[in-house]
Design a protein around this ligand. Structure first.
Ligand SMILES: [Zn+2]
Length: 343
């Protein structure tokens, strides 16, 4: 197959171990209860990171984690996706919209009152999330995020951004508190995200002024999750430059993942892939169809190979090593046995 083509998966050396760092295959309607392990064995991509989307999906993830063979190939995230925020609130949605209406959206970074954040943390979904993360110390927080484009099909309107911000903030804070990585969905919100990170950097630097370098670095764990993945990255190259200009204690935590589902539509995809340091680059499918995973991950592997002028082997070895590092940067106390789970 010619290297300028990104189709096909025949030439992929699967034995090297491909890692799809973000998908939703737990939602595949073709998954048959009791046959999941057999179905997973058909997939040549060795490691799959299954990202929670809503509370129903959390149950499926929990049951997959009980499968003796599958659990060595999967890592999971528990979180509420920005598109699932409104349905998580259910009938209380409208009263919550009224409640967050006073939040300040004028600045680049929305603000939420502490009592609104505390009230949100008192809700059942949040308590469930805390319980799951405590039960599964290798699970990450995800998928969470912000989306200024997607429309709620039930209301015909964009998903309420204030509610999204509220859910993003409480889940982000929980990830920081429990020392877990986060998987972030960021659509038309990358500028807000980078402004938020820069604000946290200023707060951290202010608090650690005059401290020894090692103490300062240790304190950064109270401001940032252990690792942050910008998944299916669709923001600008400029935002990536700003991210990688942040102090090392922060920028080393930020990984960027590319897929073929959303990112392939952008002519800037090559420039973005180039702007990510080699040791922070990841590949994913973002799919919910298990039988599409291999062919789709092959495309993004080929695209990275073309853009970075790497061999296919180099792409797989590099992105898989990065993925293991990302998923092992969690766990209470900042260390984790996740890598063992993955190997
Ligand atoms: Zn996703």
């Amino acid at each position: 197959m010619a290297m300028d083509s990104i189709n096909g998966d025949e030439d992929i050396p699967w034995m090297l171990g491909v890692f799809d760092v973000h998908n939703h295959v737990q939602q595949d309607s073709a998954l048959v209860t009791g046959r999941e392990e057999e179905q997973l064995e058909q997939v040549r991509t060795r490691w799959l990171a299954l990202m929670g989307y809503n509370r129903v999906g959390w149950n499926t993830l929990e049951s997959l984690l009980q499968l003796p063979k599958a659990r060595h190939r999967i890592v999971v995230g528990f979180g509420i996706h920005p598109w699932a925020v409104e349905c998580t609130l259910g009938e209380a949605r409208d009263s919550w919209i009224k409640r967050v209406q006073g939040s300040d959206l004028d600045g680049l970074i929305p603000q939420c009152d502490n009592d609104i954040l505390a009230a949100c943390q008192g809700l059942e979904w949040y308590q469930d999330l805390v319980r799951l993360l405590n039960t599964y110390p290798n699970a990450i927080v995800g998928e969470i995020g912000l989306d200024r484009m997607a429309v709620n099909r039930n209301t015909g309107q964009r998903y309420d951004y204030r509610l999204q911000w509220l859910f993003f903030r409480v889940q982000w804070d929980l990830a920081v508190k429990l020392h877990r990585p986060v998987s972030l969905h960021c659509v038309r919100a990358a500028t807000t995200f980078v402004a938020f990170i820069q604000q946290r950097v200023r707060e951290w630097q202010q608090q650690s002024r005059g401290q020894r370098r090692s103490d300062k670095i240790a304190l950064s764990d109270q401001f940032f999750p252990t690792a942050i993945m910008l998944h299916s990255y669709s923001g600008s190259t400029e935002v990536l430059r700003q991210i990688y200009a942040l102090p090392d204690a922060v920028s080393r935590r930020i990984f960027v993942s590319f897929s073929e589902t959303i990112n392939q539509r952008s002519p800037q995809i090559g420039e973005r892939i180039q702007a990510v340091p080699a040791d922070r680059l990841l590949v994913e499918t973002d799919l919910s169809r298990l039988n599409q995973v291999d062919v789709t991950i092959s495309k993004v592997i080929r695209r990275v190979a073309i853009v970075r002028q790497w061999t296919i082997t180099q792409v797989i070895e590099t992105t898989t090593a990065n993925a293991h590092r990302f998923y092992s940067m969690g766990g209470i106390g900042g260390t984790s046995s996740k890598v063992e789970d993955c190997q």
